[in-house]
Design a protein around this ligand. Structure first.
Ligand SMILES: C[S@@+](CC[C@H](N)C(=O)[O-])C[C@H]1O[C@@H](n2cnc3c(N)ncnc32)[C@H](O)[C@@H]1O
Length: 225
């Protein structure tokens, strides 16, 4: 998978791209990620990426031309991209969308800033418009990194066997079961005996029951979906 992350702040995303799972995925050659500075596609000497909103009001709006020039350059160089636009009014991001995106060959993530994008840019391309949730951040960089990490974890060969995503929350329509590690007793709280029993089918039953209980209690909406 090749990923182009379009941003006005590549320096904000690069450290995260260079650490942990995202770095390992790139080192293993499973994913190539490139942070691209939208400002490099401006044509004026001030490298202007934003302007005042028509109709007045506070804040600035991202101009469409640098973004479209960037997209069109990328597509000329590499071919078509599946385009994801990060925006609070997009479709809330879910694990199912992460799975859908994990199978894509070329993924483009567009991060907004200021008041967001000129509406015509949204109309000009077939965007997958994605929201990270019902809150407003100052930019799309954190949402883009969240989406990217959720997707990259699902690309075959990225997670080791022991970290396999198959049993995690939202994969089977429910939350994960509780986890324990050493010490066997901590602050008077003991690890459930079944987990120390060595009886793998009893452990599986316990985990399945706990996952069901936890889902019912915390996310009944997942049960009824
Ligand atoms: C300050 S926000 C713009 C908010 C916009 N005026 C609104 O009220 O919906 C600037 C940029 O941050 C990103 N952003 C902020 N919150 C987000 C969220 N919940 N999900 C995805 N992207 C978000 C988007 O890329 C957005 O264009």
């Amino acid at each position: 998978m090749q990923v182009a992350l379009l941003t006005l702040f590549p320096e904000a995303v690069e450290p995260y791209l260079g650490a942990s799972i995202l770095a390992q995925a790139q080192q293993k050659g499973r994913v190539g990620v490139r942070a691209i500075d939208i400002r490099d596609f401006t044509r004026d000497r001030h490298r202007t990426v934003d302007d005042r909103p028509y109709g007045g009001g506070p804040g600035m709006v991202l101009k469409p031309e640098p973004v479209s020039d960037c997209i069109e350059w990328l597509e000329r160089e590499h071919g078509p991209y599946h385009k994801v636009l990060l925006t609070p009014d997009g479709v809330p991001f879910r694990q199912a969308k992460a799975h859908a995106l994990a199978g894509i060959e070329r993924l483009l993530l567009l991060c907004g800033r200021y008041e967001g994008f000129d509406e015509r840019l949204r109309e000009a391309y077939a965007w997958d418009e994605v929201s990270l949730g019902d809150f407003v951040l100052s930019g799309g960089e954190l949402p883009a990194l969240c989406v990217l990490e959720a997707v990259v974890r699902l690309v075959p060969g990225v997670l080791g066997h022991e970290e396999s995503a198959v049993r995690e929350s939202f994969e089977q329509g429910q939350l994960d079961h509780p986890h324990y590690t050493r010490p066997p007793t901590w602050r008077g709280r003991s690890v459930p005996d079944v987990l120390k029993s060595g009886d793998h089918s009893a452990i599986e039953r316990w985990r399945a029951g706990e996952a069901r209980r936890r889902t019912q209690a915390r996310r009944p909406d997942l049960v009824s979906e």
